[in-house]
Design a protein around this ligand. Structure first.
Ligand code: NAG
Ligand code: NAG
Ligand code: NAG
Ligand code: NAG
Ligand code: NAG
Ligand code: NAG
Ligand code: NAG
Ligand code: NAG
Ligand code: NAG
Length: 479
C-alpha cells in the first residue's frame, strides 16, 4: 500500500515537473525589514513548481523550512566571511555546521556552496581578489573531507564584469577575462575544472541598458528582439543575454576550458525605481526568456539546456540602493508574496499569475500621512529627508510608480514607508507633529501606500522551525 502511494506520488511529481522549464531556479534573498515566514516561502516555491533555490547565506530557519522538500539548494558564504575561510579550520567548521548537518534522509538537498557573491566586482577595488580562491579551495576540500565532494560543489558567483571584449572588437568571440584579475580568474577556473564544478555568472541585460546609456538599441536588451543583430564570424547575436553568455564561453575557451559547465546565478528585470523598471518591461523580458529556456535553445556557442536562477523571488526593501533605486524591486513577487504581473514559468507564454503566498499576516489597516492640520510646512523637507534616509523612497523617483504625487503626497509616501518599516510604531508617525495616522487607504492611482507584514518574532519562529529538524536528527541516530 505504502509503495503504491509513493508510486502515485512519484507519477504526480514527475508529471508536474515535466511541464516546467527544466531546472528553473530562483534567488531567495532576505535583505528586508519584514520577512515572510520561511515555511510560507517554501510553500510558494512548491505551489509554483520551483525546484531549485539559491540563498545568500546558510540561515538556519530557512534551511529548516527547506528540509524534506527535495528542493535543490545553493547556500552561500558572504564576502565578509571570505577572509575567515582562508583558514582551513574555519572552512571545515563551516561545512560541518552548514552542510554536513543537513545531509541526512529528509534533510536539505544542498548541491552548491557559493563562495562569496560577485567578489571580483570592479567597484570593490580588488578587496576580495586575493582571498576568494583560497576560500574556494578550502571549502571544496572540506566538502571532500566530509565525504560530500561528489554531491556538493563549491563555486563562485561572479558578475559579468569579470570578462569583456576589447573596445575595438566588441564581439562575443573576442571575450577575455578582465586583465586586472587575470591570475585570480585563472586559479578559480582551473580549480572549478579540477573539482568538476561549474562556473557561475550573473547576467543583467537591464544593467547593461542602465549603465550602457545608449551603447545599444533598447530592444537589444530583450530576448525577443530580432532587429539590429551584432554579426560575429557569421553568427547573428540579437540580444544582450546571448552575446554576453558567449563572451564568457570565449573567455573560458581562451583559458583552455571552453566546455566548462556554466550556471546563470542571477538574471531578471526590476519593476520599479527607474524609467525602464516597470511591469511592462519585466513581463516582456520574462516572456522572451522563459520560452527560450523551456525549448533548451541555449546560445549560439552553447546550444542546449542552461541552468538559470531568476533574480529574484521577492522584493527586498533594505537592500543598498548604491547601484540604483531599482535594487529593491527585483522580485517576481512583491514583498508580501503577491505576484506582480502574469508570468508562466512553464515557458508556454500563458497569460496567468503565479501562485501567491498563502495566509500572509499584515499589520492593521493603518497608514501614516501628512497631517492636514499641520501649519508650518517649512519643516517638511527635513522630515522627508529623515524618512527617506531611514525608510524607502525608491518608488518616488523619475519614471517610478509614485513619481506623479504632489509635494504633500510625496511626504505622505515617505512618512508611510518609514512608519510601516518601523512596524507601525506610534512614535514613527510623528515627524515633529507634521504627520498623523489614517485608517483610510491613501493609495493613489498606480502608487501603492503599502501595509507591512507582521514581524516574525525571530526566537519563536526559530524554535518552531528547529523542532522538526531536531526530531529528524534524533530519528537518524536511532538507526
Ligand atoms: C537532490 O538533487 C540531486 C541533483 O538534482 C538529485 O539527483 C537528487 O535526487 C536530489 N535528492 C533528493 C533527496 O531529492
Ligand atoms: C553557518 O552559516 C551561518 C549563516 O550564514 C553563519 O552565521 C555561521 O557562522 C556559519 N557557521 C560556521 C561554523 O561558520
Ligand atoms: C573604490 O574606489 C573608489 C574610488 O577610489 C571609491 O569611491 C569607492 O568607495 C571604493 N570602494 C570600495 C568598496 O572600497
Ligand atoms: C593581492 O596580491 C597581489 C600579489 O601578491 C598584491 O600585489 C596585491 O597588493 C594584493 N591585493 C590586495 C588587495 O591585498
Ligand atoms: C577539465 O578540463 C579538461 C581539459 O580541458 C577537460 O578535458 C575536462 O573535461 C574538464 N573537466 C571539467 C569538469 O570541466
Ligand atoms: C492557511 O490557513 C488555512 C486555514 O487556517 C489552513 O488550512 C492552511 O493549511 C494554511 N496554509 C498554509 C500554507 O499555511
Ligand atoms: C517628489 O519626490 C521626488 C523624489 O524625491 C521628486 O523627484 C519630485 O520632484 C517630488 N515631487 C514634488 C511635487 O515635490
Ligand atoms: C489600497 O488601495 C489600493 C489602490 O486602490 C489597492 O490596490 C490596495 O490593495 C489597498 N490596500 C489595502 C491594504 O487595502
Ligand atoms: C498595488 O497593489 C495592488 C494589489 O493590492 C496590485 O494589484 C498592483 O499591481 C500594485 N501596484 C504596484 C505599482 O505595485
Amino acid at each position: 500500500m505504502m509503495e503504491m502511494v509513493l508510486f502515485l506520488k512519484w507519477i504526480l511529481f514527475v508529471g508536474f515537473v515535466g511541464c516546467h522549464v527544466e531546472g528553473l531556479g530562483v534567488n531567495w534573498g532576505a535583505i528586508t525589514t519584514h520577512k515572510l515566514p520561511p515555511p510560507t516561502v517554501v510553500q510558494m516555491l512548491k505551489d509554483n513548481g520551483i525546484h531549485k533555490v539559491k540563498l545568500f547565506d546558510a540561515d538556519q530557519s530557512t534551511l529548516s523550512a527547506l528540509a524534506g522538500t527535495g528542493i535543490e539548494v545553493m547556500i552561500a558564504i558572504p564576502n565578509d566571511q571570505l577572509a575567515v575561510m582562508n583558514d582551513y579550520k574555519n572552512a571545515k567548521k563551516w561545512v560541518e555546521k552548514n552542510v554536513t548537518r543537513y545531509n541526512f534522509n529528509g534533510g536539505v538537498n544542498i548541491t552548491y556552496v557559493a563562495v562569496g557573491n560577485e567578489p571580483f566586482l570592479a567597484s570593490y577595488n580588488g578587496t576580495f581578489v586575493n582571498i576568494t580562491f583560497p576560500a574556494l579551495q578550502n571549502i571544496q576540500n572540506a566538502l571532500n573531507e566530509a565525504g560530500l565532494g561528489d554531491k556538493v560543489k563549491a563555486t563562485v558567483p561572479l558578475n559579468a564584469d569579470v570578462y569583456d571584449s576589447p573596445i575595438n572588437n566588441p564581439v562575443p568571440s573576442a571575450g577575455r577575462f578582465r586583465s586586472d584579475i587575470g591570475d585570480a580568474m585563472r586559479q578559480v577556473v582551473q580549480f572549478l575544472n579540477k573539482s568538476n564544478s561549474a562556473f557561475t555568472v550573473n547576467i543583467y541585460p537591464f544593467l547593461s541598458l542602465y549603465y550602457g546609456k545608449g551603447k545599444f538599441p533598447f530592444d537589444y536588451a530583450f530576448p525577443d528582439n530580432v532587429d539590429n543583430p551584432v554579426v560575429d564570424k557569421g553568427i547573428l547575436y540579437t540580444n544582450v543575454f546571448d552575446a554576453n553568455f558567449d563572451t564568457l564561453v570565449s573567455a573560458l575557451k581562451a583559458e583552455g576550458f571552453g566546455d566548462m559547465p556554466i550556471l546563470v546565478g542571477e538574471i531578471g528585470w526590476p519593476t520599479d525605481g527607474d524609467k525602464n523598471a516597470n511591469f511592462v518591461n519585466a513581463q516582456r523580458y520574462y516572456n522572451g526568456l522563459l520560452p527560450k529556456l523551456a525549448k533548451n535553445k541555449g546560445t549560439p556557442l552553447r546550444p542546449g539546456y542552461i541552468e538559470v536562477y531568476l533574480f529574484a523571488l521577492l522584493d527586498e526593501d533594505a537592500k543598498s540602493v548604491a547601484p540604483g533605486n531599482f535594487e529593491r524591486h527585483w522580485g517576481i513577487f512583491r514583498y508580501d508574496g503577491q505576484p506582480k504581473f502574469p508570468m508562466d514559468l512553464s515557458g508556454h507564454g500563458l497569460n496567468k499569475l503565479l501562485v501567491p503566498a498563502q495566509n500572509v499576516s499584515y499589520l492593521p489597516q493603518k497608514w501614516c500621512m501628512v497631517n492636514p492640520k499641520a501649519k508650518d510646512l517649512s519643516k517638511l523637507t527635513d522630515n522627508i529627508k529623515f524618512a527617506c534616509t531611514n525608510g524607502d523612497c525608491t518608488s518616488l523617483g523619475y519614471g517610478s510608480s509614485c513619481n506623479n504625487l504632489d509635494a504633500k503626497g510625496n511626504a505622505s509616501y515617505a512618512f508611510n514607508m518609514y512608519y510601516q518599516m518601523q512596524s507601525q510604531d506610534d512614535s514613527a508617525c510623528n515627524f515633529q507633529g507634521m504627520a498623523t495616522v489614517s485608517t483610510l487607504n491613501i493609495s493613489q492611482g498606480g502608487c501603492n501606500f503599502t501595509i507591512q507584514l507582521v514581524p516574525l518574532s525571530s526566537s519563536s519562529s526559530l524554535k518552531a522551525s528547529l523542532v522538526p529538524l531536531v526530531l529528524l536528527v534524533l530519528y537518524m541516530f536511532q538507526f
